[in-house]
Design a binder for this molecule. Structure first.
Ligand code: ATP
Ligand code: MG
Length: 177
């Protein structure tokens, strides 16, 4: 770990596809330079994401932890279990970010967890403030909060132009998960 490196805070947001996969691409690039990467998934309990088995089999430099149930969260009325999972995730994220042992930390779908009120703005801002200067922090997910955008160094918005979902193509193995 090179603690003299300058880390930034990045956000991948927007309605188009490519936010989680962009962060995984960044992870692969970082691992190629021997950097340590931690990805923490919010609101994702489903075990069949290709990135989970790829990391286990081929990428010892990439640690992934998942939090959340397998079912979709009801935005208007999230279950106590949904909230508890997101709270576990945000506390773990605080530990990982502030600990400074990982060069790149990806908090996947944390923007959605905030948008659904599973975590508070205060918690997310504290997390951002706890980032040691050498750590690169990436927050993904739709509807990034304006205060979080303000705090970022790099913000990319994926714009939906076309998606095969709207032609009736269901989520595909190896492409969507
Ligand atoms: P990916 O994981 O493929 O990079 P993403 O992180 O940008 O996508 P999410 O907002 O997390 O997308 O959406 C979750 C799932 O929905 C993913 O499987 C994603 O591929 C798919 N998806 C992304 N954008 C759209 C869209 N505009 N319409 C329908 N499905 C989408
Ligand atoms: Mg995503």
């Amino acid at each position: 770990m090179d603690k003299s490196r300058i880390g930034c805070m990045q956000i991948y947001t927007g309605n188009g596809k490519g936010k989680t996969t962009a962060s995984l691409g960044l992870a692969v690039r970082a691992i190629g330079h021997g950097h340590k990467v931690f990805m923490l998934m919010f609101m994702k309990g489903c075990k069949n994401y290709g990135e989970l088995s790829a990391a286990k089999k081929y990428l010892p430099g990439l640690t992934i932890e998942q939090y959340g149930l397998e079912t979709f969260v009801n935005r208007e009325n999230p279950s106590p279990e949904d909230v508890a999972e997101a709270q576990k995730a945000v506390n773990r994220a605080m530990q990982v970010v502030a600990g400074g042992d990982y060069d790149l930390v990806i908090l996947d779908e944390i923007n959605v967890a905030l948008d659904y009120n599973l975590v508070s703005l205060d918690q997310v801002m504290k997390l951002i403030e706890s980032r040691p200067p050498h750590v690169e922090l990436v927050l993904t997910g739709r509807n990034a909060h304006e205060k979080v955008i303000e705090a970022a160094d790099l913000v990319t918005e994926m714009t939906l132009v076309k998606h095969p979902f709207y032609q009736g193509v269901e989520a595909r193995e190896g492409i969507e998960y």
